[in-house]
Design a protein around this ligand. Structure first.
Ligand SMILES: Cc1ncc(COP(=O)(O)O)c(C=O)c1O
Length: 372
């Protein structure tokens, strides 16, 4: 049975049991929300929209602004639909724990974010972790497992697109091809790419023209977009399943409507603001070129630059020296990264002064051993 058939059967079962849910906007006198003290109706310092979510989306939290936000998000990604979540953590954990079923297999990159790891744990599928970015290893494991695969078993590949702690990109094209060759479903966490790549900044999946080839993408507002909340972009059927089965969507209070206004405002800006993206990638070019001239061993490919120092103490000491000089750069240590790979994580921004990037490269050159 295909994944869509599986979901259709599940949704039909809910319909037969009178347990199927749809999102309904508030209507009538409110005896449904949890706005016990009436505070959500008090004037907000931010906008004239309600200051509170007051209930889950399936109860009275379905403010019409979310339809507008989700329609805009879907349009941005050329996806059928989008569905808001309270955070990227909840979106990843919720998505994976909903779509992965017992008997399925999920292939997960070794350096995927904690929210993916936890989502995979909550799903009841068998987990296969492949070495970071190693498409050949992944293919070998899939090939080896294929003969024993039962017809109803769904396979999933899950990856970040731009890795948050490595700063490098997944080989999305190759993963999409692998997914097709082995009839697997590709899920991509675009947390660090949203806003920064592709036409209108909608992310790496869209920049590479892979929208039709992924099951879903996960995006957070908490990074480049600077707005609270997150969302999943995917198909109408996936959204229907999530609305009905995803515990992280069903059992949590909706984001306040005024956050919806914030999203609309952000989206209006980010789609057209090519200048910030151009500035960002130009700053990356400047910093990486200066680092390379000084033979500083900088990892990653884009605006997340890493300098691996090995021991936790070495990373902490280098970060201390940088902070002393006015650079807010932090030491990233286990368990965030594997033991023995403690590092500096340098996040380049569009508004960094190129002169400051030069100063940073100069100081880094005094703190780390040059590449040979
Ligand atoms: C790759 C990745 N996915 C998901 C998340 C979680 O997003 P949020 O901060 O919105 O919960 C993060 C944030 O740290 C992340 O780096």
């Amino acid at each position: 049975m295909s994944l869509s058939n599986r979901w259709q059967v599940e949704l039909q079962r809910l319909k037969d049991e009178a347990r199927y849910r749809t999102l309904q906007p508030p209507a009538g006198i409110d005896f449904s929300s949890n706005d016990y003290l009436g505070y959500s109706k008090c004037p907000s310092p931010v906008s004239d929209l309600s200051r509170g979510g007051t209930a889950s989306r399936l109860l009275r939290g379905q403010h019409p602004i979310w339809d507008e936000v989700e329609a805009k998000l879907a349009e941005w990604h050329h996806a059928e639909v989008a569905l808001m979540f309270t955070s990227g953590y909840a979106a990843n954990e919720g998505l994976l724990s909903t779509v992965l079923a017992a008997g399925d297999t999920v292939f997960s990159d070794q350096h995927n974010h904690a929210s993916i790891i936890d989502g995979v744990r909550l799903g009841r599928a068998e987990k296969v972790v492949f070495s970071h970015g190693d498409v050949n290893e992944l293919e070998a494991v899939m090939r080896q497992r294929r003969p024993a695969r039962a017809a109803q078993q769904a396979w999933f590949i899950v990856t970040e697109s731009l890795f948050g702690m490595e700063g490098d990109r997944a080989s999305l094209q190759a993963l999409a091809e692998l997914a097709e060759r082995y009839q697997a479903h590709l899920i991509v966490d675009e947390a660090h790419a949203t806003g920064c790549f592709g036409p209108g900044g909608s992310g790496l999946v869209d920049a590479l023209g892979l929208r039709e080839r992924v099951l879903a993408t996960v995006h957070t507002g908490g990074k480049a977009l600077a707005v609270p909340g997150a969302y999943i972009a995917g198909t109408r059927l996936l959204r229907e399943l999530l609305v009905n089965r995803c515990r992280h969507f069903i059992f949590t209070t909706a984001l306040p409507p005024q956050i919806g206004a914030w999203w609309l405002d952000t989206l209006k800006a980010v789609v057209v603001d090519e200048s910030a993206r151009v500035a960002l990638h130009e700053r990356v070019r400047v910093f990486r070129q200066q680092a390379s001239l000084r033979r500083i061993p900088v990892g990653g490919t884009d605006y997340l630059a890493t300098v691996i120092l090995g021991t936790d103490a070495a990373a902490v000491e280098a970060a201390r020296r940088l902070q002393q000089a006015g650079f807010d750069i932090r030491a990233i240590r286990p368990p965030t990264v594997p033991p023995g790979t403690a590092r500096l994580r340098i996040s380049i921004h569009a508004d960094h002064d190129p002169a400051v990037l030069l100063d940073l490269a100069n100081l880094l050159a005094t703190l780390v051993s040059p590449t040979s």
